[in-house]
Design a protein around this ligand. Structure first.
Ligand SMILES: Nc1ncnc2c1ncn2[C@@H]1O[C@H](COP(=O)(O)OP(=O)(O)O)[C@@H](O)[C@H]1O
Ligand SMILES: [Mg+2]
Length: 347
């Protein structure tokens, strides 16, 4: 497998949860709705996936990690269906695609010292031929994330700070040198200074080792800090995507515009959460109502066709797309790429 072919590709991927719990919504909930995108290792990327709570981000992460088979569509790794890999291929995949969660407490066994995280990886993947080499490897990886061995080794998880625990997870990533990191809200529990440290390590891993990160967050400011590409997800649908600067500085979709305007500078978290309450509307996820824009009832620019048709992603600028009829009054499923206006022309 050549380096350049390493890629994860999601095509028209959907995931529907079914069960009595969703009776009010017609018995099902569409958590991921026809999502397509590609992560490549060469060149390495930062891809931000941002959206409110409940928008389907973690479901997508679980699908990518091979933990949740999608209801429809496909996910391939180097052209092979991830859910049809052989045991050996899947082990290789799980080495190439590492995850960092919000708080790794769940991964740490509270009764074992932190060292075990590293030794388990070393043994599982045969990373060192002797104990001495293993120890050297651990120290190198700790140094790469700015941790001193004496501050973490020999300690139990609860004796570390949240920031130290997250960096231990990054040290483990450093040791395994995966091509892809799936980071699901990894800095949400960290304070600002530690957050920046963590983000800088991800950027460093990209530059130094060519690791591609899918960075999942509900916080637009962290996405902006990381740069790269961004996908804005709402109700399981990607509503806007493009270069992070372009999308956040020139948002085209009314949804993204609302998210940004609700983001005051001093206290982003608090206001964002207010916003989430306003926008969470799970009743709209019934199958028959999904054939229209799911943002229609909250959209200041709503038009008649928004209630009747499902907008497709249309081009709004160089490498920038939005799922909105404002940019293609006649764009339909049959004619998804029609472009009528750019964000600037509209103003
Ligand atoms: N295992 C599950 N069973 C049923 N519904 C689920 C399950 N996991 C997630 N959901 C629902 O799917 C939607 C998307 O959830 P999730 O992917 O966790 O969103 P996010 O990570 O963006 O907060 C939510 O409405 C959530 O309640
Ligand atoms: Mg989540």
């Amino acid at each position: 497998m050549s380096e350049s072919s390493k890629r994860i590709e999601l095509s028209d991927l959907s995931h529907v949860f079914r069960g009595a719990a969703f009776r009010q919504m017609g018995g099902e909930l569409t958590a991921v709705d026809h999502v397509s995108f590609r992560l490549t290792a060469e060149p390495p990327q930062i891809v931000n996936l941002v959206g409110e709570s409940g928008s389907g981000k973690s479901t997508l992460a679980r699908i990518i990690l091979g933990l949740q088979r999608p209801t429809s569509g496909s996910i391939t790794y180097c052209g092979k269906d991830v859910y049809r890999l052989t045991g050996a291929e899947f082990r290789q995949y799980r080495r190439e695609v590492q995850v960092v969660f919000q708080d790794p407490y769940g991964i740490f066994n509270p009764f074992y010292r932190v060292d075990r995280i590293f030794w388990t990886a070393i043994k599982k993947f045969g990373l060192a031929s002797s104990e001495e080499k293993g120890r050297a490897l651990i120290e190198q990886s700790l140094a790469a994330v700015d941790l001193r061995p004496e501050d973490v080794l020999g300690r139990y998880p609860h004796q570390l700070s949240g920031g130290q625990r997250q960096r231990v997870m990054l040290a483990r990533v450093h040791m395994l040198r995966p091509s892809f990191i799936i980071a699901d809200e990894p800095v949400s529990m960290l304070d600002a200074a530690v957050r920046v440290l963590f983000l800088n390590i991800l950027l460093d891993f990209k530059e130094r080792y060519g690791m591609t990160t899918l960075f999942i967050t509900h916080d637009l400011s962290t996405a902006y800090y990381l740069g790269g590409e961004i996908m804005v997800i709402s109700n399981g649908r990607i509503v806007e995507r493009g270069s992070t600067d372009d999308v956040l500085l020139r948002p085209a979709h009314p949804y993204t515009q609302q998210l940004l305007s609700s983001l005051p500078v001093p206290e982003p978290e608090a206001r964002w959460h207010e916003m989430l309450k306003l926008t969470e509307d799970r009743a709209t996820t019934r199958g028959r109502t999904r054939a229209r824009c799911l943002f229609a009832e909250r959209c200041p620019m709503v038009m008649e066709q928004c209630w009747e048709q499902r907008p497709e992603l249309v081009t709004v600028g160089p490498s920038h797309e939005a799922r909105c009829f404002l940019y293609g009054a006649e764009a339909t499923e049959a004619n998804p790429s029609r472009v009528l206006a750019t964000g600037d022309e509209r103003k």
